[in-house]
Design a protein around this ligand. Structure first.
Ligand code: 13P
Ligand code: SF4
Length: 379
């Protein structure tokens, strides 16, 4: 169980494709029982029901980072989420103080399907961020710019933030993180999600004219004039979530017309036009808590990933819950984690030849940790 190698080629997934569902469930539970506390399965709220049922703990991105950071007994984390979440778990669970406590023993972090990425995270490559930084330094003093990366980003971007006095944020602490940044600099470069950056900054009273959008594919200053960059408070990277981008203001209007009294609850990755119309906006954790805290009979139209909304519907029959869009908005990459991949990765782990191990480069890990620890210290 301790060997860290990616043995996926030697131990193929194919035979798992024909195993009946109930057998997969039983075999997953058998591994959990056998490994006991040595194994922790973490699951993000967007996972499909049959996968999340096997998670020891579930949460939003912030809660999952905390769980990985606080873990003390387990030897392996199997992450039912997407790549950036598993990278973050590796960085936090294997930080120097934890390694020392475990006598140098690393926690093996496994992502059951390596193709479970995040299309938003892929919208900012480290080479593009470095080029943008160099480009804007021709116009503004980048010593006074604080880079803030949404946790939905590659570890190399978190490391960039660590090196340049910056920080990581999640959807549950973005406002507190921006306040932290403005205590230390004059401007923020926020990537990769323009919507979370804009929605958060607007709620803090920053004017829309002080938030230019930086297009990494534009040759000059991200498509902005020198004056726009000089006047900027928050420079927003031109990235978005393809799932949340699909919620539209007309969906809000339709629900308000057809269901008088309905409340609109959205994730802040939704575009501004939707976020501004919502009654409540927040992380997946906040969305769940808001529904839990509401009295029976409350009517909701919820704008976030489909699996979470369907689970809320099933868990709260006393409330009336609708999905905010007429089309299916689901995170196709999260959905790649299925029972077959989970069973395959668990059994290989248990047999001592882990597959799909996530190992962040030590130098990248060191600087990412700086930015992540700053985030965890922000209250
Ligand atoms: P949360 O941090 O709110 O769980 O969001 C993660 C995510 O990827 C939303 O798209
Ligand atoms: Fe990435 Fe969007 Fe999926 Fe979240 S819902 S993991 S931001 S693609």
């Amino acid at each position: 169980m301790n060997a860290v190698a990616n043995a996926a080629g030697e131990y193929p997934l194919a035979p798992y494709k024909t195993i009946p569902v109930q057998d997969l469930k039983d075999r997953i539970e058998a591994v959990r029982k056998r490994l006991g506390k040595r194994l922790m399965i973490l699951g993000h709220h967007y996972q499909q029901d049959e996968v999340i049922a096997h998670a020891d703990l579930r949460g939003d991105s912030y809660q999952l980072s905390q769980l990985a950071a606080d873990n003390s007994d387990c030897e392996s984390i199997v992450f039912c989420g997407v790549h950036f979440m598993a990278e973050t778990a590796d960085i936090l669970a294997n930080r120097p103080e934890k390694l020392e406590q475990r006598g140098g023993q690393k926690v093996t972090v496994v992502l059951p399907d390596l193709a479970a990425g995040c299309s938003m995270a892929d919208m900012a490559a480290i080479s593009q961020v470095e080029a943008a930084w160099a480009d804007m330094s021709e116009v503004i003093d980048t010593e006074r710019v604080i880079p803030v990366t949404y946790i939905n980003s590659a570890a190399s971007l978190k490391a960039f933030c660590g090196r340049h006095g910056g920080i990581v944020c999640t959807s549950s602490n973005a406002a507190a993180v921006l306040r932290w940044a403005f205590e230390r600099g004059d401007r923020v470069l926020f990537f990769p999600d323009q919507h979370l950056g804009r929605n958060t900054a607007l709620a803090m009273g920053i004017g829309i004219d002080q938030m230019p959008v930086w297009d990494p594919y534009s040759l000059e200053l991200g498509g902005n004039s020198e004056t726009a960059v000089e006047n900027a408070q928050v420079i927003l990277w031109k990235g978005h979530c393809s799932v949340h981008q699909m919620f539209r203001p007309e969906h809000v209007a339709q629900f308000r017309e057809q269901h008088p009294g309905i409340k609109i609850l959205v994730h802040p990755e939704c575009p501004r036009e939707v976020n501004d119309l919502a009654d409540v906006s927040g992380s997946t954790g906040k969305i769940i808590q808001t529904v839990r805290d509401s009295p029976p009979g409350t009517k909701w139209a919820i704008g976030t990933e489909l699996h979470l909304v369907n689970r809320l519907k099933a868990d709260h029959p006393e409330q009336e819950i609708h999905f905010l869009s007429p089309v299916v908005c689901m995170c196709a990459t999260m959905y790649r984690i299925d029972l077959q991949h989970l069973c395959w990765s668990l059994e290989n782990l248990c047999d001592g030849h882990p597959v799909n191990v996530i190992g962040v480069d030590p130098e990248v890990s060191r600087w990412s940790l700086v930015a992540l620890e700053r985030m965890l210290s922000v209250k």
